[in-house]
Design a binder for this molecule. Structure first.
Ligand SMILES: C[S@@+](CC[C@H](N)C(=O)[O-])C[C@H]1O[C@@H](n2cnc3c(N)ncnc32)[C@H](O)[C@@H]1O
Length: 536
């Protein structure tokens, strides 16, 4: 049983922020702290009423966060640096200092002391608390773990496992050097009892983490129970973060308290320099309403999201989206009925993972295990297509539009990739692309946006990114049609108004992203395009 991720905001064909920056067609050239928590989470008493949020407790959710007053969209709720940071569980090799990808080949630079691969001798995370500390280096050196990693470099599963252990080692070092922070970490939910009752999961950790740490990594000072507890805490509470190809997982002092919802009312990002989490409301929240974030991928069906959360977080989500067979009206899990060809096949009881799926027009039914198999196969086909392969992705759509419902999340994932690459890559640049492809880009953007407007409404990164893509496609189509007489001036002006709206919204969302992130750059490009048009 592989260990599970908490939340990965960027996945192949899903939340890819961007490839290279695309200049707005509105632009003439190709221009392309300290911690701060706005609501003091420890103040749960009545004197904290004016603070944005408070902690409450329920038998179902455990501790969770509630609004103390009406909150507007875009309000900053939490910004805090990590208590602990380390490589992700299922990530490929990364630099222990800055979490950028590294190779394991012998030509890769290695730490001169412990021999672990690093990005280079000038890595900004060398001897920094958020990176490769002197204590960690000494521990890895003493146990000859750099050499051990070198010896297993052709065994990807073992390599991943080595990287998984790093954050546990770091928590061991926190225990030794900063016991007050260790005590804070231990306050987090580990779900140890539930994990223990899952033999497969417990065995995985026993063999691959506990025994390896105690036997090969010199961690005899940590007890078996302690290691299992830390593993539980990390699985349940870690955030996966990273900008511009860096990837890490972090524990934060208070952001972990937010309950999950598959249609959350906050959005978060992270600072590429400090790894601080920055959490804002994505839409207006009423006083006393729960403040939520999503632990799962938004663009995934109920069956998969619930399974993902149950495996890693040990709870079955029962939110409004999960309870609705049509997922808040998006119908993004429905399949086309292969029997009558006109009905849609959905779970008859979405809060029951093993419930059958049936057609709404005929008597066709399928077991949920068959659905899982089918979705895994289609997902694997999608994952095997390079995200820059336009004919491959178009072929995927053509093939599976006959199997999956029109709004199915796997079709939308492919469309999202296409939205991002039409207009960007050699042979498909926006100014030279045939009108047909410009229109395809626009249609995919509109379709994707219509679903994301429901599942991730408001000030969310995905909306900001897709609105930017949409403005380019509308602008290019309008210019082309205007030149050939395909539209009149009034229509052209209407289109320009829509372009401006897309740019304004995209700018307002993406400039909330931290400076130095590719999303922020795109927000700046949107702002630049508006400035060139003389629009605020
Ligand atoms: C990151 S922790 C959140 C803080 C936790 N409630 C606590 O008291 O420490 C995640 C855990 O909170 C609970 N939880 C969060 N969202 C939930 C939801 N929508 N439904 C049920 N349980 C939830 C689950 O026990 C989950 O494993």
């Amino acid at each position: 049983m592989p260990p599970r991720k908490h939340k990965n905001k960027k996945k192949h064909h899903q939340h890819q922020a961007q490839q290279q920056q695309q200049a707005s067609p509105m632009q003439s050239s190709n221009k392309s702290s300290p911690t701060k928590m706005e609501g003091n989470i420890e103040s749960c008493d009545s004197t904290s009423k004016q603070l944005p949020f408070r902690i409450e407790k329920s038998t179902v959710l455990g501790r969770y966060v509630v609004a103390n007053r009406d909150l507007k969209a875009g309000e900053l709720l939490i910004t805090e640096e990590p208590l602990a940071i380390g490589p992700c569980v299922s990530a490929d090799a990364v630099c222990l200092g800055c979490y950028m990808p590294v190779e394991l080949q012998s030509a890769q630079y290695r730490c001169s002391v412990c021999k672990w691969p690093m990005c280079g001798p000038q890595c900004r995370g060398l001897h920094q608390p958020t990176g490769h500390t002197a204590q960690e280096c000494e521990l890895l050196r003493t146990q000859k773990l750099g050499e051990a990693l070198e010896a297993i470099r052709d065994k990807p599963d073992l390599v991943k496992n080595y990287y998984e252990l790093i954050l546990i080692v770091r928590i061991f070092l926190i225990k030794q050097n900063a016991p007050e922070i260790y005590a804070e970490i231990l306050q987090m939910e580990s779900h140890s009892e539930l994990r223990k009752s899952n033999t497969e999961l417990w065995q995985y950790y026993e063999q691959n983490v506990v025994q390896r740490l105690q036997r090969d990594w010199g961690m005899a000072a940590l007890t078996v129970d302690e290691i299992h507890t830390i593993c539980g805490i990390l699985d349940v509470n870690c955030f996966e973060i990273g900008q511009n190809s860096a990837k890490a997982r972090c524990l934060y002092r208070s952001a972990f308290l937010l309950a999950h919802d598959c249609c959350p009312n906050t959005a978060h990002t992270d600072d590429p320099q400090s790894y601080a989490i920055i959490l804002r409301t994505s839409r207006a929240i009423r006083k006393d309403e729960g403040i939520t974030l999503s632990y799962a991928y938004t663009l995934q069906g109920t069956l998969k999201r619930r399974e993902f959360m149950h495996a890693g977080k040990l709870f079955w989500c029962c939110c409004q989206r999960c309870a609705d067979p049509k997922e808040l009206g998006t119908d993004c899990s429905a399949l086309l009925c292969p029997k009558c060809k006109s009905g849609s096949v959905r779970s008859v009881e979405p809060l029951n993972q093993s419930a059958a799926w049936s057609c709404d027009r005929c008597d066709y039914t399928l077991k949920s295990t068959e659905i899982v198999k089918l979705l895994d196969t289609i997902n694997m086909n999608l994952e095997n297509i390079d995200a820059h392969n336009i004919p491959g992705l178009e072929g995927f759509l053509k093939k599976y539009e006959r199997v999956l419902g029109p709004n199915h999340y796997l079709l939308l994932s492919a469309k999202y990739s296409l939205c991002q690459i039409y207009g960007r890559i050699e042979g498909y640049l926006l100014h030279t692309m045939p009108l047909e492809n410009v229109e395809k880009k626009e249609n995919y953007c509109r379709h994707f946006l219509s679903i994301i407007n429901v599942l991730e409404p408001g000030l969310t990164r995905l909306r900001g990114l897709i609105l930017y893509e949409l403005h380019g496609a509308i602008m290019m189509r309008s210019q082309r049609l205007m030149m050939t007489g395909g539209i009149n001036e009034a229509e052209f002006k209407r289109n320009i108004k829509e372009v401006i709206k897309c740019l304004q919204e995209s700018r307002d969302i993406l400039l909330l992203e931290p400076i130095g992130s590719s999303e922020h750059e795109m927000g700046a490009a949107a702002a630049g395009a508006l400035a060139e048009m003389g629009v605020k």
